[in-house]
Structures are given as C-alpha cells and as structure tokens.
Design a protein around this ligand. Structure first.
Ligand code: PLP
Length: 466
C-alpha cells in the first residue's frame, strides 16, 4: 500500500532484533517476552500495514498525532529539502534557522491573540516540563519565589519526563516509579460518567470548582504557581468536562494569581475542529498553551510551548550579570521538524481539515454511540475526532470487569483481526483517527467495531467474566 517503493524487509530477523534490544515505552513484559512486537512498516492515507502486508484502518492516528494522514510525500519532500540544505545548527546564543523562525510566526498567527511567543521542545512531555521551569523562573523574576506548587488533576496525562510524569495523575502510569510530590498536587478530574450518583451536571461543576478553591485555600495561593489541564482529558479516559468548567477554573486561577496552562498536545491542530480548542471551544484564554503531536502530524518530533505577551514581558527582561535564559534543548527549533510542521500546517489549511472535523466529527460521535447496545459498552464519549468507549461488566452499576479480563485488549484484538487498529487503555478503547476520515471510513470502522464488540462479549462469556 505504500506510495514509496520499499525494500523488502526480513520480518523474522527484525522481530527478533526488536525483541532482543528495543525497550519499548509502556510495554507489558508479561506478553512482550513471549510475543514481541508487531512491526508496522507501511502507510498511506488512513491505512497502515504490518510487515507481513496486512492492511489496517488507522483508528488512532499513530498515537493521536498523524492528523493529516499517512504518506504525505509533500511533508517528506519538505523535510528532505531542509535536511539537505541545512539539517541542523544550534538555536542557542543568538543563532536561529529559517523554518524555526517562520513556524514561530505562524503559530503566533494561529494561536489566540495574546499568545505570541514560542519556546520549542522535542515533544509533549518536554513542552510540559519546560513550561514548569519557565513558570518557576517567571515567578522568581517577579520576586514571588514561594509560588512553586503546580495543581494538576487525577487521571491527567502530561508525559513521562520526571516533571511531566509528576503532573500526570494516572496512578497506573507511575506504578513503581517515583514522582516529585512536593511540586504537584492533584485535584479531582471531571468525570461526568462516574460523578456522584444523582448529581446534576451543573451541581457537579460547582462541586469541582469548590474542591479546587478549597485546595488553593489549604495550600495558600502564595505557594501555587500554576494549574495545568487538558481541555479534554485524553489518555485518562477522554473525559469531557461539564459545560463552563474550564472557564470557571480559569477564573479561580486569575483571582488567585495562578497561571493557567492548557495542555493541547492532543486537542490542538484540528482534533476538535480548530487549531487550538482552548478559546474556540472552551472559552478560556490560557497563559500558556502546549502543543506537540498534531503540530507536525508526527512526521518529525516536535513540541512547543506558546507563551502569552504578559509572561514574555517578564521572561524576556534582560537578566544582567551575564545571566541567560538557561533552559532549552539541542533540538529546540530543529529545522527539519519545523519544516515538517510548516508543511503540515499548510496542508491543514489548504484542505480545510478543521472544517472536515467539524462536519464529520458529529457523525463519528453518533456512529460510535450506536454501539451502546453491546453488553459491555458502558459509555461512549468524547468530541469530534477524540472518542472513547468505556467497557464495563454491568451497565446499571457501572462496575468494571476485573483487570485480568483485559477487556480493552480483547476489543482491540478483535478489531485488529478485522482490519481496524484502535487503542486499548485498561478497560477503555480510544478512537482518535487521522482527521481525514470520511463518512465512508467511519461506516467501515464502526461496522468492524460492532463485530469486534460482539466477539468480545462472546469471549468474555466463554471465559466466565460475564
Ligand atoms: N500531554 C498530553 C495531553 C498527551 O496526550 C501526551 C502524550 O500522549 C503528552 C503530553 C506527552 O507527549 P510526548 O509523548 O510527545 O512527550
């Protein structure tokens, strides 16, 4: 299926090399040692293929990132041109490069009006990590050095550097890992599906805001630097907050001199039908927005933290005494990654992909909701191209299946057998496709999911779980 004539690959040898030498992120070693990995080797549009030539619809955009779809030779060409002309040079100490400069200006143009300054990183984790350092630096320079604590939310996912893993609130993600607990306090996530029995959406929102205010009061606003939140919580379960929640949380932050950081690593670059969702969808004006993933559609590693004019005024004040803004990475503003991002944005704009998401997104939501009749489907939620199925043992009580039933894995396995890759996350299945899925692709994918869920119910029954 690839648009590029590829060399034949030695499947058995590569499988063995991978298994013997590649420590994969988020690997379950109970299956890895026996099964190793499936190698995905080819791609085109909404499809990927494994090394044996089996073709699948990509239901997860790689990892919520291949927003413009696979095999875009224009992006490959832009990267090749830049790599040939000047693959890399420092951006430290008053040096820059053309794609990094042009992309910074483009991001300032696309972002909400007050966000005009870009700090480049290598991905989402490093964007969140760099942000916290910059936020601490900001308050130090303002003469408020006690403002250190960061408020985050349980079940949030913000990455896996030491600092971003500490912001992450998914307990299982930090299992047997350490976190910087003196820096981070987690408040409740907004989980409408599992909110207290009988509580209205409005009352639930009041409850969450009150908890937030109480937490601030108990720590003391003078000790708190920032609050970080994903507009829609992604890996933590595609949780859409109650109406008005984000704007109210931001108002509480403003009232307490706490910076508001939106982690738009997933929600940015079209997934919800806009380049940035904070203002367009959630009516917030974050002090900082972090992006990665869809910024380059995954064609090259890249992240960015977009900084408000107000913060830049302080961050950009000359230091004196030989001081410099001593944070950043060798690959901050990498020219090849920035060239990929510029071409990616050009495609997003030219093909009006955000409009496709706004038009087709509700159809995807409805099509997935039609699967609610399956015995194990407790909830289908999300927005536009960011969706999730929550599998349960009992719909009435919302009781979960035991972990060892691996229901998410079962559904994903059954779907993959039938030609669709979706992502299992515990008892959840995430659907976060490339933003070029059409109604026809949705119909095919949902028909596969329908069969996969039926097969899962049968296998759970056969194993005595239902
Ligand atoms: N923030 C969010 C909301 C994410 O979903 C992710 C990754 O999934 C990250 C940050 C971390 O990004 P990266 O894996 O590029 O470091």
């Amino acid at each position: 299926p690839s648009s590029v004539p590829n060399q034949p690959l030695d499947a058995q040898r590569l499988w063995r090399q991978d298994k013997d030498h590649f420590i994969h992120p988020f690997t379950d070693f109970s299956v890895f040692h026996e099964k190793g990995c499936e190698l995905i080797t080819d791609s085109e549009g909404v499809f990927v293929s494994d090394i044996h030539g089996n073709r699948f619809i990509d239901g997860i955009a790689g990892l919520w990132c291949v927003n413009v779809g696979h095999g875009r030779s224009e992006i490959g060409q832009a990267m090749a041109d830049q790599a040939t002309r000047m693959a890399y040079f420092s951006t430290f100490n008053n040096l820059s490069n053309a794609p990094a400069a042009a992309l910074a200006a483009k991001l300032a143009e696309l972002a909400p009006a007050h966000l005009n300054h870009v700090f480049y990183t290598c991905g989402g984790s490093t964007a969140n990590d760099a942000t916290i350092r910059l936020v601490h630096y900001y308050f130090n320079r303002l003469g408020k050095p006690t403002k250190k604590r960061i408020l985050s939310r349980r079940n949030a996912y913000h990455g896996t550097t030491y600092l971003s893993a500490s912001l992450t609130g998914i307990e299982s993600n930090n299992w047997e890992f350490d976190t910087l607990d003196h820096l981070v306090t987690h408040v409740s996530e907004a989980n409408l599906y599992r909110r207290p029995e009988g509580m209205s959406e409005d009352a639930y929102c009041d409850h969450l805001v009150k908890e937030f205010e109480d937490t601030i009061a108990s720590i003391g606003a003078d000790n708190i630097a920032a609050f970080i939140a994903e507009p829609i919580m992604g890996a933590g379960g595609v949780l859409v907050a109650p109406d008005g929640y984000h704007a109210r949380m931001q108002a509480v932050c403003r009232a307490n001199d706490i910076l508001y950081i939106a982690d738009e690593v997933v929600t940015g670059f079209g997934r919800l039908g806009h380049f940035f969702s904070s203002e367009a969808v959630f009516d917030t004006q974050p002090d900082i927005i972090n992006v990665a993933k869809g910024l380059s559609s995954g064609y090259a590693p890249l992240g960015a933290t977009l900084i408000s004019d107000k913060l830049y005024e302080v961050l950009g004040t000359p230091q004196g005494k030989g001081g410099v803004l001593s944070t950043g990475f060798t690959y901050s503003g990498h020219p090849v990654s920035c060239a990929a991002a510029l071409k990616n944005i050009e495609i997003l704009e030219r093909e009006n992909i955000c409009a496709n998401v706004r038009q087709v997104g509700p159809y995807l939501e409805q099509a997935l909701k039609s699967l609610s009749h399956h015995a194990t489907v407790g909830d289908v939620r999300g927005s536009h191209f960011m969706m999730c199925i929550e599998n349960v043992a009992d719909k009435a009580t919302k009781e979960l299946l035991p972990l060892e039933a691996r229901v998410g894995d079962r559904v994903a396995f059954e779907a993959q057998k039938r030609g669709l890759i979706i992502r299992p996350v515990g008892h959840l299945n995430v659907v976060s496709p490339p933003l070029i899925w059409t109604r026809e692709t949705i119909d095919t994918a949902v028909a596969i999911l329908d069969e996969a869920l039926a097969a899962t119910t049968a296998s759970l029954q056969a194993d005595g779980y239902l």
